[in-house]
Design a protein around this ligand. Sequence first.
Ligand SMILES: [Zn+2]
Length: 141
Amino acid sequence: MKRIEEKIHSIKPVSYGKDKFINKELEPSAKTFYVCRNCKTENEIEIEPYKTGFPFFEIYRNKLIDESIILDSGMASKSIRQSEYLGEYLVLNLPTLYFKTSCKNCNSDHMVVFGCGESQPGKQICKISGVWNIPETTKLL
Ligand SMILES: [Zn+2]
């Protein structure tokens, strides 16, 4: 699990497994997988609520990804007013996180974006909005 520290120029969607986990399915962690865009190897994704991921707003507030990429890819949507304190772009208006991970076989970079939190009292939910290969990045000056 790594932070994104370079500018993302393009993303390419990859296929992944189960994308929604509720209550007990999150204990102790949500487990699914993605298929590497480059070599087709299946890689595990594990999300431990409140431990896995970095705040998604870090990457757009630091201008590492354009708003148009976020919206066009379905990575996140503009947040409703009551959820704006969590960030401008959210998954299901939940606290939204991301992490970068590399394929265990060919090392190519992918990013996972998900919302995780209480959607209503007593209902803990984790929803993965997608997994993308990030083929090109450049360091910001
Ligand atoms: Zn690979």
